[in-house]
Design a binder for this molecule. Structure first.
Ligand SMILES: *Cc1c(COP(=O)(O)O)cnc(C)c1O
Length: 393
């Protein structure tokens, strides 16, 4: 097999060797159920609580405000459904945005079917949510504002602090899906006025299938899974001890290296963006130029299909992603690209490249060279492009 170039770190990341090493003893040696009372189980419980302290400290929270879940999607579901149920007497209006992850959007649609009213805020051409628009959408009966910290497709980082301030002033709960931001950008739930926050281990070199929901102390929120008394009676189910330990270790590494990693990825990302935009005509960058995740570059190439581009990149050993999601058999362009105002035909030609701190300049150069060739090849087969070139000389 050819050497693989992995540029889809927004989809998932490789588990850090240190995180894997930390996990193994909780499969082999300390396999006790952390809820059991004998001292053997205490080893697992101790390690789990240490992970909880690390994760909490990373966002300026208390350990008892961290509730482990089976990942980011569960945390998002819990935040919305749990708040809607707990605050039903206060109101049934929720404010969110058009560019959220489907774990939020599909949950919001589910809640609408069950009597909630949801406002989906528009964003500007760079994917930014306006704090003023959030404020204007608040009405009597608004119980929750949910705005993601950073977008998974176009990388835009939202003005969370400003939105948090508005939520606090108005006495409304504020949730943020920080799955893309956690471990990559500095977060402080106090300074940012965040009441609920979702995170997931596998986006920061931890294992898949484990995440957490931060729930501000004193906040009412319905239990999501019923059963045992785990997670202070709010999330039943035997703990994923090894996963939690791996999450803690991955987060510890991510917090320590955050600044340096962000600087490295930002520099490489900007080099990639610069090369693509100057060397490939009829190309646009999606998302804000500077308010963006260090590792994210998202483009649209006119006159091509993102899917074809991905397949041809794959033949060159390059893993990337397009914004499109295959829904109901038809290829729908990404809801995020439509929300920033792109017409369907442009949104279809999207490519997301997401870097890690292991990505090298050589890999980026190889990838840009391949993208150039492939885009040219695909355009030469496109009747639309042919017409366009004829018309524009
Ligand atoms: C990946 C992702 C999720 C889902 O997290 P899982 O742990 O994969 O369930 C939710 N929100 C955002 C922004 C994501 O990028």
């Amino acid at each position: 097999m050819k050497k693989m170039i992995y540029l889809d770190n927004a989809a998932t990341t490789q588990v850090a060797p240190e995180a894997l090493d930390a996990m193994i003893p909780y499969f082999t040696e300390f396999y006790g159920n952390p809820s059991s009372i004998y001292s053997f189980a205490g080893e697992a419980k101790k390690a789990m609580e240490e992970a909880r302290r690390t994760l909490a400290a990373g966002i300026g929270a208390k350990p008892e405000e961290i509730y482990f879940t089976g990942g980011g999607s569960e945390a998002d579901n819990w935040a919305l459904k749990g708040a809607a149920e707990a605050y039903a007497a206060k109101g049934k209006h929720i404010i969110t945005t058009r560019i959220e992850h489907h774990a939020i959007l599909h949950t919001a649609e589910y809640l609408e079917k069950n009597g909630c009213e949801v406002t989906y805020l528009d964003v500007d051409e760079n994917g930014l949510v306006s704090p003023e628009a959030v404020k204007a959408a608040i009405r009597p009966g608004t119980i929750l504002i949910s705005v993601m910290m950073a977008n998974n497709e176009i990388g835009t980082v939202e003005p969370i602090r400003e939105i948090g301030e508005i939520a606090r002033e108005q006495g409304i709960l504020f949730h943020t899906d920080a799955v893309q931001a956690f471990g990559h950008l500095p977060i402080n739930v106090e300074e940012m006025n965040i009441d609920l926050l979702s995170a997931s281990a596998h986006k920061l070199n931890g294992p898949k299938g484990v995440g957490f929901l931060y729930i501000r102390q004193g906040l009412k929120l319905r239990a999501f899974l019923h059963g045992g008394a785990q997670e202070r009676q709010r999330r039943a189910g035997t703990h994923n001890t090894a996963g939690i330990v791996g999450f803690g270790k991955a987060a510890e590494l991510a917090f320590h290296s955050m600044e340096q990693r962000a600087a490295y990825e930002t520099k490489l990302r900007d080099y990639l963006i610069e090369r693509v935009l100057t060397e490939i005509p009829y190309t646009r960058l999606n998302g804000d130029r500077t308010k963006r995740l260090p590792g994210n570059a998202s483009f649209c190439f006119r006159f091509i299909e993102g899917e074809s581009l991905l397949i041809l990149l794959d033949q060159n050993g390059i893993c990337a992603s397009s914004g499109s999601a295959c829904t109901s058999g038809a290829l729908e362009p990404s809801h995020v690209l439509l929300a920033i105002g792109l017409p369907h035909e442009i949104a279809h030609g999207s490519l997301r490249i997401s870097l890690s701190d292991k990505t090298t300049k050589e890999e980026i150069d190889f990838t840009v060279d391949r993208i150039k060739e492939i885009v040219e090849r695909l355009r030469n087969m496109s009747p639309l492009y042919e017409d366009f070139v004829k018309k524009n000389g």
